[in-house]
Write a protein of this length. Structure first.
Length: 226
């Protein structure tokens, strides 16, 4: 009698060939997916994506709205008389250390938040001119800014640096601090004034982040560079 049983000692199992052929000839039934199940799956994907975006923008990125003319013509602060809003930029502080040329948002609040109760607490946005260990000097007649004796090439400025506040130059930037100026030099309150930071010096702990990308208005959307 013909033996229809396959025996493999190496595999350690026995299969009745007739049963195997019968099973393999039967079509596999696919489980039907209902409309409700599909909607639930899409809803799950959308909620996950929203949560991910919220976490990223909470921990890594923030959106800041520019106020005032101090960073023109790089960034515009809007016009209250026409109702035009200021530029909106994305800032990040993820693994960030300020460096010369960066545009940074600085908090004036003790808790380093972006909330403000009055004008003196409103965060400011400026450009880093010098970091700790560097010396800044300004020739207010020519409007030239020098760092460590080298005159800066500043094509981003709207006006030369002709306005002096109450800080005497040259100044040395101490450890843990940066020296900042607005791009619109004659319309900016910055490290030339003792009312900003600690006698003009900004503690890096109060840097909320670097402005990296303008997202509004759409006609000026794009990255922010030196």
């Amino acid at each position: 009698m013909e033996n229809n049983t396959y025996n493999s000692e190496n595999q350690g199992f026995k299969v009745d060939m007739a049963v195997e052929e019968k099973l393999s000839s039967q079509p596999i039934k696919k489980q039907k997916t209902t409309l409700a199940q599909e909607l639930f799956e899409w809803l799950d994907i959308i909620i996950t994506a929203i949560i991910t975006v919220v976490i990223i923008f909470t921990l890594v990125f923030r959106v800041a709205t520019i106020s005032g003319p101090s960073m023109e013509n790089t960034l515009f602060g809007g016009n209250s008389s026409t109702g035009e809003g200021g530029d909106k930029v994305i800032i990040t502080n993820f693994a960030y250390t300020p460096k010369q040329g960066d545009i940074v948002v600085i908090s004036r609040n003790a808790d380093n938040s972006v909330e403000a109760e009055d004008e003196s607490d409103v965060p400011i946005i400026k450009r880093v001119i010098a970091i700790a260990g560097q010396t800044v000097d300004i020739d207010f007649e020519s409007g030239v800014v020098s760092v460590d004796g080298v005159a800066l090439d500043e094509p981003y400025t709207k006006t030369p640096t002709n306005v002096k506040h109450d800080i005497e130059f040259p100044v040395y930037v101490p450890e843990g601090c940066i020296f900042v100026l607005g791009d619109n030099r004659n319309e900016s309150l910055d490290s030339r004034s003792s009312s900003i930071g600690d006698n003009g010096m900004i503690d890096t702990r109060y840097v909320l982040g670097k402005a990296v990308f303008r997202i509004f208005p759409f006609e000026r959307i794009g990255g922010l560079y030196e």
